[in-house]
Design a protein around this ligand. Structure first.
Ligand SMILES: Nc1ncnc2c1ncn2[C@@H]1O[C@H](COP(=O)(O)OP(=O)(O)OP(=O)(O)O)[C@@H](O)[C@H]1O
Length: 219
């Protein structure tokens, strides 16, 4: 379970205070995937970062009673000077997993061939996103955090391989996706919310959330 209680977060821009969350309370239960709709620039990334602990709230408490992933695409834990192989083995040790397994899994999923043994700093953006996606799938979490949908890579084989592993994983895992468009949430979420003026409005269905979101973004 992931729980926000009276959480507030804002940024001072020099000219004004940008409010992201204003005493927001909500809970994500395991088995109940949540999609959050919010327009660009309103705080989706900040919210996801608070969920996994990359960003601290100004006030309130965030309780995590299960394994919560880093956001899909996050490369903060990856060292560019080291190869995917070295990074995969190092991160496996941090998570107390078998380095041989994590290395073999990532090598198979991301299909980087000889680049898997070359420094991550030499990778293209698409190769980096394949590696970070493979790493996320190798680590097994209870709740997966996804910012704006899947990484878009042009490698069809990778998309098929990673997509089918993710679909399998999501049968037993829970996902929180933040996006500015409802179509990204449709495939994965049972419940939905709209982030608006610092409040997270929760709905039982995506259709209900869409009605508020469409009304707000079109008015
Ligand atoms: N450290 C910071 N200092 C000041 N302002 C910040 C900081 N981090 C984020 N912001 C501002 O807070 C707002 C929300 O940022 P955030 O990246 O969470 O939004 P987002 O909804 O994910 O945006 P996008 O959809 O464009 O990716 C933006 O206006 C951003 O400029």
């Amino acid at each position: 379970m992931l729980e926000f209680s009276n959480v507030s977060k804002s940024f001072w821009t020099g000219a004004q205070r940008k409010v992201i969350l204003d005493r927001a309370s909500f809970r994500v239960e395991i088995g109940n995937s949540l999609g959050i709709l919010a327009p660009n620039g309103t705080g989706k990334t900040t919210l996801i970062n608070m969920m996994c602990g990359l960003e601290k709230p100004d006030e309130g408490t965030i309780r995590r009673t299960c394994r919560i992933s880093f956001p899909l695409g996050f490369m903060g834990g990856v060292n560019n000077k080291h190869s995917a192989r070295e990074n995969a083995r190092y991160i496996a040790r941090l998570y107390q997993l078998d380095p041989d397994y994590v290395e073999a899994f990532c090598r198979y999923v991301c299909g980087l061939e000889e680049y898997f043994d070359m420094p991550v700093g030499t990778y293209s953006a698409g190769m980096r996103s394949r590696f970070s996606f493979a790493l996320l799938l190798a680590l097994e979490f209870d709740i997966y955090l996804i910012d704006e949908g899947m990484p878009s890579t042009t490698d069809r084989q990778f998309n098929q391989r990673a997509g089918s592993i993710l679909r399998e994983r999501l049968k037993s895992a829970t996902v929180v996706i933040v996006s500015h468009q409802a179509s990204t949430l449709e495939k994965f979420c049972n419940t939905a919310a709209v982030l608006q003026d610092g409040q997270l409005h929760m709905f039982d269905t995506l259709d209900e959330a869409k009605r508020l979101y469409d009304y707000e973004t079109q008015s």
